[in-house]
Ligand binder design. Structure first.
Ligand code: CS2
Ligand code: MN
Length: 353
């Protein structure tokens, strides 16, 4: 297992590479050009700038999260081909700096969604929280306006340019069914995977977060059966998964260790995170420790260890502790603690092999 840490880039992250360097065992910076709009071709100069920063600390750039997929591709509009061509060109450029995995998602309109970014917990820390009833009642525009009016709250997938046309987007998706979305994903993968193969880059889809439909929009990467179907859409070792335990695992019917045991050889990127799920369907992100949440992180790491996982992992999100001011879910401290917990389990398993 190779350990990575998500970093939003120079001047765009409260966490520095110097700090990340001091977390044991981190070799990979999980990065992206966060100022690029979905569908744009990434300029080589900007890619090289990130490489220069990473080189200074001896990090590799093996994992990109994410190259976002333009809505027209998800909607299956005729204009999609132009954006797919740009995506291919971006893949070719990323190969030049040694990228091995591209994480992406296929969620219409929204990326991850929470109702509270700083929910206070018993020990005084705050964490990302999802209150199911509030999403059922809330008008999506209200939620977006709240996020758009707070400059501190920009989150991945909540780029203003993607959201400013929200009303039109909702309109565009009105008649798009899950089957349509599957067809559009297949079309995309059939074009992209051959290019990924030539460039030795694995395309690793991130599950929907949360793994159920929101605001009536279709979502298709939510369960074991969805993952099985997705991997068969284009049956190539380059059509892979980012298995995010916290995302797919927030539905208690999803058995994450079983998914790892079944799809292990197609998991290119492991997101390891714990969540505590409540009976009413709410969930909160917790520390990584198994007894703090509803997911068995020990068994999740064990499932990776069993088949000698050589892919990339990251601690995914963390709580906000010790008064850290940071991007929601992306502070230094709790993610670093998470890494040490994961290594603790991993190293113990190594000994008892
Ligand atoms: C999230 C997502 O759980 C996560 O990793 O932070 O925003 C994720 O980065 C994207 O859905 C991947 O495309
Ligand atoms: Mn994730």
């Amino acid at each position: 297992m190779k350990m990575g840490f998500r970093w939003y880039g120079e001047g765009n992250d409260t966490v520095t590479l110097e700090q990340i360097k001091q977390i044991p065992g981190v070799e990979t910076i999980v990065w992206a050009l966060h100022d690029m709009a979905a569908g744009d071709e990434w300029p080589m100069e900007k890619i090289l700038e990130v490489k220069k920063s990473a080189d200074k600390y001896g990090f590799n750039l093996d994992v990109v999260e994410s190259v976002n997929v333009h809505e027209d591709i998800k909607l299956g509009l005729p204009t999609r081909d132009k954006y797919i061509e740009n995506y291919k060109k971006t893949i070719e450029k990323l190969a030049k700096v040694g990228v091995k995995v591209i994480c992406y998602n296929f969620m219409p309109v929204f990326d991850w969604l929470r109702t509270d970014l700083y929910k206070k917990t018993e020990d005084g820390s705050t964490a990302l929280f999802y209150e199911k009833a509030r999403i059922t009642d809330i008008d999506p525009m209200e939620l977006v306006n709240k996020i758009a009016s707070n400059p501190d709250l920009t989150m991945p997938g909540w780029e203003p340019e993607r959201l400013k046309n929200l009303t039109q987007l909702f309109e565009a998706y009105k008649n798009v069914t899950e089957e349509d979305l599957w067809n559009n994903l297949k079309y995309f993968l059939e074009q992209i995977i051959p290019v990924a193969e030539i460039n030795d880059i694995k395309m690793a889809v991130h599950p929907d977060d949360p793994p159920w439909s929101i605001f009536g929009l279709p979502r298709i990467v939510k369960s074991r059966n969805d993952l099985a179907r997705l991997l068969k859409l284009v049956d190539s070792p380059y059509n892979c998964l980012t298995l995010c335990s916290g995302a797919i695992g927030s539905n208690p019917n999803n058995d994450v260790p079983a998914m790892i045991r079944e799809f292990g050889n197609r998991i290119a990127f492991a997101h390891i995170r714990n969540v505590k799920i409540y009976e009413n369907g709410d969930f909160i992100e917790t520390s990584h420790r198994t007894c703090d949440g509803s997911l068995d992180i020990c068994d999740i790491v064990k499932a990776y260890h069993e088949f000698g996982f050589t892919g990339y992992a990251r601690p995914d999100h963390g709580r906000h502790i010790w008064n850290e001011q940071c991007r929601p879910g992306y502070g230094l401290y709790d993610r670093a603690l998470g890494i040490m917990y994961i290594w603790g389990i991993w190293d113990t398993l190594q000994r008892t092999k």
